[in-house]
Write a protein of this length. Structure first.
Length: 347
């Protein structure tokens, strides 16, 4: 088992990182003051804990599991790390390229860009910069998996988001943590847990860790979950509030998407005139620059058209076009939604 002859702030910090704890969590784990841990973090090798605290650190290391001890040893030997500062620049560039690929539904290339780094590194052997890049890569992998409809299971968006949330909690970046929690609520909704997802969205809509735009999105998605659950009247009220927020913020794309969601809520309530009004606004104001956006908009439009016998054939044609694009880009969740709409019409 790895051991420490003389603890300094450097070794103490490495133990905290190896245990994947925040500074506050580490202080509570050891039973010492938060300011003590903060001193170790700031002074590093320039400070030595008192003899009684040395013994506490010895005990904490001895009780750590094998994986944590391996991470601790790796952190004490930076020359053995597989990631170097020069790697981080390339890694950052690959993340930005992956962002573009995911937005365009080029999932294969995005996966290659992300997994070349995720497969190369053990988070336990990375410094804070490396952990940040690892966490961002996991979030993007989760986005990719979510868009492909892989929402639950070991190779799923939920699994990737949870791992990323753990890292950003460790790095003490609350904004990133809250954004991941918003993504987890989306996964919850996609898996059919409508009541739970609505509760999550509602809590996040008032969460100050999020930007005003993200809080408005959470409010919009409260309405989406409610509408899917059949509570269309309350859903439209919540969605209109979010729509006004996007207008005040000057977010035209979110404003357009909100009208798409409003159209579906009015369709669910049986108000086809309003549904057509809102979907026309969405179709004429939205910027459709990705296959995912096109499929979502066409699916909503087709769903509205199918609700009127006079436009049923047009609706089927629009859904066929959406299904063709979804199949081409591997958007399996959207394909399931389209098939569900078709089955509802046949039923």
């Amino acid at each position: 088992m790895v051991s420490v002859q003389q603890w300094t702030g450097r070794e103490a910090r490495a133990l905290r990182a190896a245990l994947r704890m925040s500074t506050r969590g580490f202080a509570e784990h050891l039973g010492v003051a938060l300011r003590t841990v903060a001193k170790w973090e700031s002074l590093g090798a320039g400070t030595q804990p008192r003899p009684d605290t040395q013994a506490i650190l010895d005990t904490a290391l001895a009780r750590a599991d094998a994986a944590a001890q391996a991470r601790f040893e790796a952190l004490l030997h930076p020359e053995r790390k597989s990631a170097r500062p020069a790697d981080y620049e390339t890694w950052s560039e690959d993340i930005e390229r992956a962002v573009v690929c995911v937005s365009r539904q080029d999932f294969s290339f995005a996966s290659t860009l992300l997994n070349r780094w995720l497969g190369r590194h053990d988070p336990g052997g990375l410094d804070d910069k490396g952990l940040y890049l690892y966490g961002r890569s996991l979030v993007l992998l989760g986005d990719l998996q979510r868009d492909q409809g892989m929402v639950l299971g070991p190779l799923s968006a939920r699994h990737s988001y949870l791992a990323a949330r753990e890292l950003f909690n460790e790095l003490d970046i609350p904004r990133r943590v809250a954004q991941i929690e918003l993504s987890l609520a989306v996964v919850c909704e996609m898996s059919g847990q409508l009541d739970a997802s609505a509760r999550h969205y509602l809590a996040l809509a008032a969460d100050e860790r999020l930007s005003r735009r993200d809080r408005a999105r959470a409010r919009l998605w409260v309405g989406t979950a409610l509408s899917k659950g059949g509570d269309n009247e309350y859903a439209t009220s919540v969605m209109r509030d979010a729509t006004r927020e996007f207008e005040e913020l000057g977010e035209p794309e979110d404003w357009s998407v909100a009208h798409q969601k409003l159209a579906l809520a009015h369709r669910g309530a049986g108000d086809l005139a309003q549904a057509l009004h809102y979907i026309d606004i969405a179709r004429t104001t939205g910027t459709v620059d990705s296959p995912m956006q096109r499929v979502r908009l066409d699916t909503a439009y087709g769903h509205v058209l199918l609700s009127d016998g006079a436009t049923r054939n047009d609706g089927l044609s629009v859904l066929d076009q959406a299904a063709t694009v979804a199949h081409r880009y591997g958007l399996s969740h959207q394909l399931r939604s389209i098939e569900g709409i078709r089955k509802g019409q046949r039923g």
